[in-house]
Ligand binder design. Structure first.
Ligand SMILES: Cc1ncc(COP(=O)(O)O)c(C=O)c1O
Length: 391
C-alpha cells in the first residue's frame, strides 16, 4: 500500500485486485472483448474459451468438475440461487421446507432464509454454537437426523474468522441425504476445500475475497441437483442463470483461483505469522484486550479483538485516517446495529461494543503490522485517558 493511504487491514471486507489478475482482465475488456454467447465470429469464440478456462481454474481450486461451475455476480447471488431455487419441489408437493442455518452465517444466507419464512415458504432452524462461535455438531446431527430440506453452514466466518469442520459436516449431511450449502466466500483460496470429497452440494464463491474483482462469483452445483432459476432471460448457463456473462470478471476469478492454487500455502503461512505478530504486539500494548472467536481454528488473516468498555466507534474515529479496520457492525440506512455474529456468541455488551475486526492479506507488510499496532495502541490509551479509564 502506498505511504499516503491508510494501512489497509480489512481483507475480509474485500481484497485489492492482484495486478496480474487485473492485467488479464484488462485484455478481456479492451482487446478480446467479445460476448461469450456470440457464435458467429472469433471474438465470441475467444471469450467463450476464456470462460471455459476460468471454470477449469475454479474447479481445480475447489475440487469440483468445471461442468459444475455456474458464474454469478458474487456469493450473495450464488446463495440466493440455492436458497430460493431449491424450494420449488416442496412448494409443489406442499411439504414443509425446513432450512437449518448456523446463526453466524452471513446476512446473504440469513436474510434470504428470513424472506422465505416471512412469505410462509420455509421454516428456519437455528443451529447451536458456543461463545467461541463453534458449532455444536451433535445438535447439527440431531437436526439432520430429523430430516430437513437444506443445511447452510459457512466454511469460514467473515467476522470472527472461525473455520468450520466442513468435511465432517458434509459427511453428516450426506449420510442423512440432505443438500448442503456451504458459503465458502471467506475460505476459497485460503484453506483447502474439496467440493467432491467433502460432500458439499452447493459451494458459494466470491471473487473479491481472493484478489479478484467485486461483482463476480460462482456457484458449484453438484451433478444431478436441480435449482430453479431466479433470473430469467437468454437461457445462458443452461438456463440456471441467464444474463450476458461478465467475461472480464469471470476471467479475473479464474486467474485469481489459479494464483491461489499456486501460492495459497506459502501466502497463508506468511499471513498467519503477520497476524500472530500483530496479536502479540496488541496483547502487550493494550491491557484488557480479548481475542474473539476460536483461536484454534481460524483464518490465517483474521484477528478479531475486543477492548471491553472502549466503544469501537471511538477507536475508528481516531484511527480512520491512518488505518482501515472494521467494527464488523452492519450499517443500514445510517443506523448501526450490533453484529449478529457477536450477539449469537452471547458476548457481554461491553465486549460487543468494543469489538474490532482486523483482516490481514498477502499485500500486508511487516512495517504495516508494526505501524498498525502503534496506531491502535496509541488511540486506545488516548481514549482511556480521555475517559479517565483505569484497569
Ligand atoms: C461469508 C460471506 N458470505 C457472503 C458474502 C457476500 O459476497 P458477495 O460480496 O460476493 O456478494 C460475503 C461478503 O462480505 C461474505 O463474507
Amino acid at each position: 500500500m502506498s505511504e499516503s493511504r491508510p494501512i489497509y487491514l480489512d481483507y475480509h471486507s474485500t481484497t485489492p485486485v492482484d495486478p496480474r489478475v487485473a492485467s488479464k482482465m484488462l485484455y478481456y475488456m479492451t482487446t478480446a472483448f467479445g460476448n461469450a454467447s456470440s457464435i458467429d465470429h472469433t471474438y465470441g469464440d475467444e471469450a467463450e474459451e476464456a470462460v471455459s478456462q476460468a471454470a477449469i481454474h475454479i474447479a481445480n481450486l475447489v475440487g469440483s468438475s468445471p461442468k459444475e461451475i455456474i458464474f454469478t455476480s458474487g456469493a450473495t447471488e450464488s446463495i440466493n440461487l440455492v436458497i430460493q431455487g431449491s424450494i420449488y419441489t416442496d412448494v409443489i408437493t406442499k411439504n414443509k421446507h425446513i432450512i437449518a442455518v448456523s446463526p453466524v452465517e452471513h446476512k446473504a444466507v440469513l436474510d434470504t432464509c428470513y424472506a422465505l419464512a416471512k412469505k410462509g415458504l420455509a421454516e428456519i432452524i437455528k443451529l447451536q454454537i458456543d461463545s467461541k462461535g463453534r458449532l455444536d455438531l451433535n445438535h447439527l446431527k440431531q437436526v439432520c437426523d430429523k430430516g430437513i430440506s437444506l443445511l447452510c453452514v459457512m466454511a469460514a466466518n467473515n467476522e470472527i474468522g472461525n473455520i468450520y469442520p466442513i468435511q465432517e459436516i458434509g459427511q453428516i449431511a450426506k449420510n442423512c441425504h440432505i443438500p448442503f450449502l456451504c458459503d465458502a466466500s471467506q475460505a476459497v483460496g485460503k484453506i483447502p476445500i474439496n467440493f467432491q470429497e467433502y460432500g458439499i452440494t452447493y459451494l458459494a464463491i466470491s471473487a473479491h475475497k481472493l484478489y479478484g474483482t467485486k461483482g463476480s462469483g460462482a456457484l458449484a452445483v453438484r451433478k444431478k441437483y436441480h435449482l430453479e432459476p431466479i433470473i430469467f432471460g437468454g437461457s445462458h448457463q443452461k438456463g440456471i442463470r441467464s444474463g450476458t456473462l461478465n467475461v472480464p470478471g469471470i476471467v479475473g476469478l479464474g486467474e485469481a483461483c489459479r494464483m491461489r492454487q499456486l501460492e495459497m500455502e506459502e501466502d497463508e503461512k506468511a499471513i498467519s505469522s503477520k497476524r500472530d505478530k500483530l496479536q502479540n504486539l496488541l496483547l502487550k500494548k493494550i491491557p484488557g484486550l480479548i481475542i474473539n472467536g476460536d483461536p484454534t481454528s481460524r483464518l490465517a488473516g483474521n484477528l478479531h479483538i475486543s477492548i471491553p468498555d472502549i466503544p469501537n466507534s471511538a477507536v475508528i474515529a481516531r484511527v480512520r485516517s491512518k488505518l482501515a479496520i472494521s467494527t464488523g457492525a452492519a450499517c443500514s440506512s445510517g443506523v448501526e446495529t450490533p453484529s449478529h455474529v457477536l450477539q449469537a456468541l452471547a458476548l457481554p455488551n461491553n465486549v460487543i461494543e468494543g469489538a474490532l475486526r482486523i483482516g490481514i492479506g498477502k499485500f500486508t507488510t511487516d512495517k504495516e503490522i508494526n505501524q498498525a499496532a502503534e496506531i491502535l495502541s496509541t488511540a486506545i490509551s488516548q481514549i482511556r485517558q480521555a475517559m479517565c479509564f483505569k484497569i
